[in-house]
Design a protein around this ligand. Sequence first.
Ligand code: SAM
Length: 268
Amino acid sequence: MSELYQHRARKRFGQNFLHDAGVIHRILRAIQPREGEHLVEIGPGQGALTAGLLGSGAQLDVIELDQDLIPLLKLRFGLEKRFTLHQGDALKFDFASLGDKAHTLRVVGNLPYNISTPLIFHLLDQAGLIRDMHFMLQKEVVERLAAEPGSGDWGRLSIMVQYHCRVEHLFNVGPGAFNPPPKVDSAIVRLVPHAELPHPARDHRLLERVVREAFNQRRKTLRNTLKNLLDAEAIEAAGVDGSLRPEQLDLAAFVRLADQLAAQAPAP
Ligand code: SAM
């Protein structure tokens, strides 16, 4: 393939192409795609994961932003009936347009690290369509996604993602598996949207607001960081100790604070 087509990795598209066959195999084994399933790959690049995903017999849609990679992807996979190529930005992609039943889409990708957080939030907006997601991300981001309350990694990302999904940090991948090698370690994470939310908030936008406000100053007490939203009495009414710092609170406690805010404020 490289003789036919030479692609220069582009930094602005976050291009670090996987070339380690052992790592590619391990990722595919973690995903376990099967015939009859519907997968969406974000950023197929030169097709390192795409070939194995299609080889399983699954139906595969891929979304690639870099126009220069489109001819190569068409050449490699274009004749395959179960393959659909979308050229565009995954951040703007309407996953509902794929017309799937609830909780069936399987989303995968070795993601460009510069868009991974907004992309995960974009996908969480459509979590009802998704069965699971497997992503390669910066290891540090995976640690934040999978963090537990009380740890230094526990914050807005952990809470908002764990509100919607079960998170599993599967394994780490060193820079040598990529070409060119990134400057940071990477990891594979599995996100499984909950069939039913374990701690549903009355209004999830208020949960976002409380969490953002609380972690704006993570060293301060909740009484202090939340003073523009909830007074000491309201915090207590939510069953929360206002002298704690935000990182000491679990998801259920943040949901109680958001519900307290919903009870006192008319919906925006
Ligand atoms: N999957 C390939 C692999 O593992 O070798 C490529 C991974 S590379 C880290 C990220 C890929 O995402 C690149 O092909 C890049 O062009 C593509 N990409 C970057 N931004 C994107 C976006 N907003 N939407 C869709 N694809 C994007």
